[in-house]
Design a protein around this ligand. Structure first.
Ligand code: SF4
Ligand SMILES: [Zn+2]
Length: 377
């Protein structure tokens, strides 16, 4: 009887699986490391070459702020997202204004830039995450400065009312949504994304109603998915979401610290994507991409490194460079003449993924001693 009572619970609140899974990240030590930063300074501010919506090349400034972070993460969180490493729930409105002023100071009021990307590790216009008076000031100021603005949001936060509010303060800005996968099963069980494809479709409809631009991120190779399936599915998702978006950015998985995918990786149960898979995906999707007005870019963060998309180590730099050139030129010729001995290993992995019940997402990597890998921070 006592046993049965134990199984039924003792009436106290149940523990959710994600609390158990995330537990080590939330030990007092982890929290104190994570929160040791100065809340009046942004995480980083940097400039990169970009294209304006009409295709004109420009300089873009990226400002990553320290915020209260994504409401979804505090509740549950995506399996691959390490943004929580830069967030803290006691950030004040004054801190946010100070960070914004600091970003302007460091760049001399964004001198020489035509575009600004403002990343808040969550949804820019979510009032629980960022103070509305700060959102308003940033939207208006960037508009007055003539900068094209890119902000990020979760699909379910894109309500008709809030988007109208944003469009009134910064008409024509771009809202980037991390859709990751155009498949409800993958969203739910691989990404734990917190919204459905239906909610994303509705967000796109509301963005269009307000003449805002749609940028869509897709994630190449979420956890619990084989390399071959990632190739197959992502190529299909590109063809489905490109006609609905102004820009699609494909992010090959890179392992961010203290995430669920990091645990799988450290246990050798997950290998980040091969660069060959990205080339294959681009090559097979190229014709579909050129039929739409949508710009498709692939950005292999940490490309060539063990925690990012990688090959054998010898050919990585050439492939990463070709993928990056393709994102600018859109020319498939960028991949001509690329070859390496490791291409056959990649190919056999794809074949065995498609025909054998191989463990999902693991694969040949180029890491050294298994014990050292488990000890890695
Ligand atoms: S990926 Fe986006 S929605 Fe998911 S936890 Fe991170 S910030 Fe939140
Ligand atoms: Zn190689």
């Amino acid at each position: 009887m006592g046993q049965a009572c134990g199984l039924m619970g003792d009436g106290s609140k149940s523990t959710k699986v994600h609390h158990l899974v995330k537990a080590p990240e939330n030990t007092p030590e982890s929290v104190s490391i994570r929160e040791s930063w100065d809340a009046s300074k942004p995480v980083t501010v940097y400039k990169t070459p970009e294209n304006l919506p009409d295709g004109t090349p420009c300089q873009a400034v990226t400002v990553i702020l320290r915020t209260k972070g994504c409401a979804w993460w505090w509740k549950s969180g995506c399996t691959f997202c390490g943004y929580f490493n830069d967030v803290r729930d006691d950030v004040t409105s004054e801190d946010m204004f100070n960070q914004w002023e600091e970003a302007k100071r460091r760049t001399n009021n964004f001198e020489g830039c035509g575009m600004i990307k403002i990343y808040t590790s969550g949804t820019f216009f979510e009032d629980r995450e960022n103070p509305p008076e700060w959102q308003e000031a940033v939207l208006r100021e960037t508009h007055d400065m003539g900068l094209h603005l890119v902000i990020e949001a979760q699909a379910q936060m894109c309500t008709r009312e809030k988007l109208a509010w944003v469009a009134e303060r910064h008409p024509g800005c771009t809202v980037a949504i991390g859709l990751e996968a155009y498949d409800d099963t993958v969203l739910r069980f691989h990404a734990n994304k917190g919204f459905s494809t239906k909610q994303w479709n509705r967000a796109v409809e509301y963005l269009r109603e307000n003449d805002l631009r749609v940028k869509t991120y897709l994630l190449f190779k979420p956890p619990f998915m084989s390399e071959a399936d990632a190739l197959l599915h992502t190529s299909k998702w590109i063809s489905e979401v490109a006609p609905l978006s102004d820009e699609v950015s494909i992010n090959p998985m890179n392992i961010q610290k203290r995430t669920i995918v990091d645990r799988l990786f450290r246990n050798r149960e997950y290998r980040p994507p091969w660069l060959w898979s990205l080339v294959e995906m681009i090559t097979t999707s190229h014709d579909t991409i050129t039929e739409t007005d949508c710009r498709v870019i692939v950005h292999p963060t940490a490309g060539g490194k063990i925690r990012g998309s990688h090959n054998c180590g010898k050919c990585d730099a050439d492939l990463v460079a070709a993928i990056e050139r393709y994102s600018v030129s859109g020319q498939i010729g960028e991949f001509e003449g690329l070859n390496c001995d490791c291409k056959s290993s990649w190919h056999s992995e794809i074949l065995s993924d498609s025909s054998l019940p191989t463990p999902l997402g693991s694969g040949n990597d180029r890491r050294g001693n298994r014990i050292d890998a488990l000890r890695a921070p």
